[in-house]
Design a protein around this ligand. Structure first.
Ligand SMILES: [Zn+2]
Ligand SMILES: [Zn+2]
Length: 283
């Protein structure tokens, strides 16, 4: 039983943080920097939990921030809860063209591995991801046996569930609370945060998309932020973007974290600053 529990925990951390820290906070928002090989390792956790190619994920997500809960949002609950939960993946309302994709993620197109995984904007990117996910699990089965494979499948399922809940429940006004008025329906929902490594503090995230930290108060537990802090402590993450008096104070905040002193990082109270922060990210 102990190897099963240990494998479950290790695989969940690998796959869930691959999505939240890798695809989301690192690739989509560039909230911090890590060496390229470390980036590939973190991102592999997302790819191997069937999240699709990095360019597909990042372009979809950047479009979501651009049009949140308005026409053009790929997965808003305003188009139906089931659509925002999973249906958008196989029956999209918004289709991203090749040209639009390049405009949305020029940074990712510079990377040969991400370009390869994107399969020239064809439908093959999803099939390639599926094939890699199956091959990865075949290796786990033949090396570690069926018990560890079962642990991986359960961990991957819950890692996969996280962003689905964020996209749907995280934009429903019936749940949670809104700390910062935004032009969308994003909410801070504790149980979504629990299932998504802290990404359920989604209203905070929409107010300050660049911030590596989503849980902004003592009660808003954010394991993904703790993971980024840990990467910083061991010297792997730098240039961490946080909220500091309404500005992106890259170096100052990074230094403060190095000293393990995040008290310098203040959270702006007024919505004016949140608008400024959003605009800053879109540039
Ligand atoms: Zn959102
Ligand atoms: Zn985001």
């Amino acid at each position: 039983m102990a190897p099963f529990i240990a494998a479950l925990a290790i695989f969940y951390v690998y796959h869930a943080l691959g999505i939240t820290v890798g695809y989301h906070r690192l690739l989509s928002h560039r909230s911090f920097k890590v060496p390229k090989l470390v980036e590939y390792f973190i991102v592999s956790g997302a790819y191997l939990s069937l999240e699709g190619a990095p360019i597909f994920w990042v372009t979809t997500h950047r479009l979501h921030h651009k049009y949140s809960d308005h026409k053009g949002d790929p997965h808003s609950p305003l188009d139906g809860f089931f659509h925002s939960f999973v249906k958008w993946m196989w029956n999209p309302i918004v289709k991203i063209s090749d040209a639009e994709s390049r405009q949305l993620a020029p940074d990712l197109y510079k990377d040969p591995l991400y370009r390869f995984l994107h399969c020239k904007h064809s439908n093959l990117d999803g099939l390639l991801c599926l094939a890699c996910c199956i091959a990865y699990r075949a290796v786990i089965y033949f090396v570690f046996g069926p018990t560890i494979l079962l642990a991986n499948l359960i961990a991957s399922f819950f890692a996969f569930l996280g962003p689905l809940l964020v996209n749907s429940v995280g934009h429903l006004r019936q749940f949670g609370y809104e700390t910062y008025p935004c032009k969308d329906n994003s909410r801070n929902v504790w149980f979504v945060a629990m299932f998504s490594m802290g990404e359920g503090w989604h209203n905070n995230h929409h107010a300050f998309p660049f911030s590596a930290r989503h849980g902004l108060t003592r009660t808003e537990f954010d394991p993904s932020w703790l993971a980024i802090k840990l990467l910083n402590t061991v010297g792997l993450a730098k240039d961490i973007l946080l909220i500091g008096n309404g500005e992106c104070a890259r170096s100052r905040v990074s230094e403060a974290i190095s000293r393990n002193d995040v008290s310098e990082v203040t959270i702006p109270e007024d919505s004016k600053l949140s608008t400024e922060a959003t605009e800053l990210t879109r540039k």
